[in-house]
Design a protein around this ligand. Structure first.
Ligand SMILES: [Zn+2]
Length: 199
């Protein structure tokens, strides 16, 4: 198809500066997509802009903040606040339903066995078995160790009592590995982590 050429005035060359007999009659490939110009205006924020590095605008981001241990800060809510208060005292607890006696964790308002809303917090042994884990190789802060292993632990008091925390020392991990809770104080907060039980 050479519609553009056919519509030209017959006494003019079809394309200025380009000899028509050098153009192939048939394309061996699909035509390249037409290049479109963006209308002038502010650059769109959602697309990367490639400029030479020296021409990037410099912004003053202020002094670099001091390096400090970065932890995931607990955010207690209505149901979990008593658990965090106990952790601060280095006590590990779970909820016990006042009506049927069933243990539950994480904290929730209603017993999923009998629907009772009455519950108390009761201490547990702090021992459990590894249910699953992930190994993180990204150092998100200079103070973090790498690799960082995060465990999901089934407490000995019940298969559906799952707690999470970091592995505090290297171990040959496998499902069912016995572990015990360790209370780690950081910067005014206390976290529950886990270490392998000997033997
Ligand atoms: Zn109950």
């Amino acid at each position: 198809m050479r519609r553009g050429a056919a519509r030209q005035h017959p006494r003019r060359l079809p394309l200025r500066g380009v000899r028509p007999w050098h153009q192939p009659h048939r394309r061996s490939r699909l035509p390249a997509p037409r290049r479109r110009r963006r209308p002038p205006g502010p650059e769109r924020a959602d697309r990367p802009v490639h400029r030479p590095a020296g021409l990037r605008p410099r912004r003053n981001l202020g002094p670099r903040p001091p390096e400090r241990p970065v932890i995931v800060r607990p955010e207690p809510d209505r149901d979990s606040r008593p658990w965090w208060d106990a952790v601060r005292r280095h006590e590990l607890t779970v909820q016990r339903c006042d009506a049927c006696g069933r243990l539950r964790f994480p904290a929730r308002a209603v017993c999923n066995a009998c629907r009772s809303r009455e519950a108390s917090w009761t201490p547990v042994s702090g021992r459990g078995r590894v249910y699953s884990w992930i190994v993180n190789h990204q150092r998100f802060a200079p103070s973090m160790t790498e690799p960082l292993t995060i465990l999901a632990v089934r407490l000995d008091e019940g298969d559906d009592l799952l707690m999470y925390g970091n592995l505090t020392e290297p171990a040959e991990l496998c499902e069912g590995l016995p572990v015990e809770a360790v209370f780690t104080d950081h910067d005014g907060e206390t976290l529950v982590n886990w270490r392998p039980l000997p033997g």
